[in-house]
Design a protein around this ligand. Structure first.
Ligand SMILES: [Zn+2]
Length: 278
């Protein structure tokens, strides 16, 4: 079963060859949809790996700006770093090489987020809205890391306002109960979940384990089978445990889904939602 990993970070300036091998040995046919660290270049990676690598802009700029100026700076569209980002985005979306922004951390006020990176800003803030405007014009995506305690109204409003944009919720909205996600998916058409950081490698946030998927979550995935995608999230100290993340997806998560749902979650949804080549 090929896998589309829609939360595959770049890190430490590693080479295209590293990711080509990482994907090949794990049967990951499509990967990306989030950014990397300051030494990583998603556009160059897209050039090297081709269209099975899903380039996403903005994560590096968002982090660098936060470290420079705190959460308030994340709303300042006039900062040169953001102006340059929007210019790059316009150009790269135009060529079709880039389809989205991500991972954009809106609210990561969780003990699982690395110390010193936590912030909570409004989804409807000027810089983020500019990303949505650009993505919407090009029918692209924005992958956001936010949490249930920000409320779900802002997600619903942004989904309605930017109806051509695919909104991917990193880690399927940390803190959300299955019924919250079910309600959000029922009330929107362009909101999707990716399921990274939900297995044993990431620690105590079990969503699936050796016992399979938690039944209450399994129900939501089966009921909204067109809206879920896979992700790994090899970051923050787990960069070298990618193969284990894929192994747990293949042994604990996928086999617990009915075959047609399994295929959708494994790769068919990502291919359809993000317009990826077969
Ligand atoms: Zn991530």
């Amino acid at each position: 079963m090929p896998i589309a990993d829609m939360h595959m970070h770049l890190s430490r300036g590693r080479s295209a060859e590293f990711y080509r091998e990482q994907m090949a040995r794990n049967g990951v046919r499509w990967g990306g949809a989030v950014g990397g660290g300051p030494r990583d270049d998603v556009v160059a990676m897209r050039e090297a790996l081709g269209p099975h690598y899903v380039a996403a802009l903005g994560q590096t700029e968002f982090f660098a700006t936060f470290f420079e100026g705190g959460a308030a700076a994340l709303s300042d569209v006039e900062r040169p770093r953001f102006k340059a980002l929007f210019e790059t985005a316009e150009r790269e979306f135009q060529t079709g090489r880039v389809k989205g922004f991500g991972e954009i951390h809106i609210n990561n006020m969780s003990p699982f987020s690395p110390a010193g990176t936590q912030r909570k800003i409004a989804l409807e803030s000027p810089v983020v809205l500019r990303m949505f405007e650009i993505a919407d014009r090009h029918r692209g995506f924005v992958q956001i890391h936010t949490m249930r305690d920000s409320g779900m109204d802002e997600i619903k409003r942004v989904a309605a306002r930017f109806a051509r944009t695919k909104i991917i919720l990193s880690h399927c909205l940390p803190g959300a109960r299955p019924e919250d996600v079910a309600e959000l998916l029922s009330r929107t058409k362009n909101v999707f979940c990716e399921l990274s950081a939900k297995g044993p490698v990431h620690g105590p946030r079990f969503f699936y384990s050796g016992d399979g998927i938690r039944p209450e979550w399994r129900k939501v995935i089966v009921a909204h089978a067109d809206r879920f995608m896979l992700g790994t999230d090899p970051c923050c100290g787990l960069e070298d445990r990618y193969d284990e993340m894929i192994a747990e997806i293949r042994t604990m998560l996928l086999p617990d889904l009915p075959p047609a749902v399994m295929r959708k979650v494994a790769y068919e949804n990502a291919v359809r939602i993000l317009g990826l080549p077969k």
